[in-house]
Design a protein around this ligand. Structure first.
Ligand SMILES: O=c1[nH]c(=O)c2[nH]c(=O)[nH]c2[nH]1
Length: 300
């Protein structure tokens, strides 16, 4: 019996940039609108050579597909995930002979406005739709009780009223100063109660509301300042709370440089980076209270 020589052949293939995190802010006077997408591009076509011969002549770079996402967000806006995805797909297939098909996957993160329409910040302050995780930790030694409640994953964003400047400049400092930036964070908070016998649900709702209100209403010169304002507002409005500890990742939104494409980015198109991120943490406590919430939360 003769054995056929085994030869490898190229099967289905596709390529593109996955998970471009684009945030488009439209500013209608002082009322801002937000679109927040995660866009993945997969292109297929005449790609035998790039796999088999080392020729890149048919390859539109994945970098260019990412740039196209940002540039289209600026030029055409984002009416809907579907419309935006169709526009991208049509562009890739019709502008490059070597590209025969495009698959665009879009995840859209929904945002709600914070507060009533006339409330502070309602025009430019947002909370990510979908509930945060509520937490509670109870300790009892047969006599005393300690109750620490909290929340994790409450994502908020201010599209203006945030500056950052005046910081130390050492030889490694490159961050440009800014008088108007997007400030976004995921609120992770734990607060310790002075006693028991409370309406826990009502207290939780009040703490959450005051955290959101302080985030929206604070004109911020740093996330540290916003953190303190949020913690202080809870301590000052909830007499049952002795201390609160906040852990706030700075969810950086970098303005995309659209200059190379002949486009001006007037604080409209942002790249939402996921890491690394600044991590701002502090305890805010009632004057005279003991600081007892541990720095690192216990994991279940
Ligand atoms: O609000 C901020 N606080 C910082 O300490 C800091 N550091 C940084 O690079 N960006 C920011 N933003």
């Amino acid at each position: 019996m003769t054995t056929e020589p085994r030869r490898a052949v190229l099967g289905q293939n596709q390529y593109g940039k996955a998970e471009t995190r684009v945030v488009r802010i439209s500013r209608n006077g002082t009322t801002h609108h937000l679109k927040d997408l995660n866009v993945s591009v997969s292109l297929s076509g005449d790609m035998d050579d790039v796999h088999l011969t080392g020729s890149n002549a048919n390859v539109l770079t994945t970098d260019a597909t990412k740039n196209t996402v940002f540039a289209f967000a600026k030029e055409h806006g984002i009416a809907s995930a579907e419309e935006f995805g169709m526009r991208l797909a049509r562009h890739f297939v019709s502008s490059q002979e070597s590209i025969r098909s495009a698959r665009i996957r879009v995840e859209e993160y929904a945002w709600d406005r914070i507060g009533a329409p006339d409330a502070d910040g309602a025009r430019h302050s947002f909370v990510r739709a979908g509930r945060e995780t509520r937490t509670a930790e109870i300790h009892h030694d047969g006599e005393g009780w300690e109750v620490v409640s909290g929340l994790e994953g409450l994502v908020v964003l201010n599209s203006t009223d945030s500056e950052f400047h005046g910081y130390v400049k050492d030889r490694y400092t490159t961050l440009p100063e800014t008088r108007d930036r997007v400030l976004a964070t995921e609120v992770n908070a734990r607060w310790r109660y002075a006693g028991t016998g409370l309406d826990w649900d009502a207290s939780y709702a009040r703490a959450r509301e005051h955290l959101l209100h302080a985030f929206a209403a604070t004109y911020s010169y740093s996330l540290q300042q916003t953190l303190y304002a949020m913690g202080a507002r809870v301590v000052e409005h909830l007499p049952e709370v002795e201390e609160i500890r906040l852990s706030l990742p700075n969810k950086h939104h970098f303005l995309v440089d659209l200059g190379p494409f002949g486009l001006k980015n007037d604080n409209e198109v942002y790249y939402a980076a996921d890491r690394p991120y600044g991590l701002i943490e502090a305890t805010v406590l009632r004057d005279g209270a003991e600081q007892r919430i541990p720095v690192h939360p216990a994991r279940p």
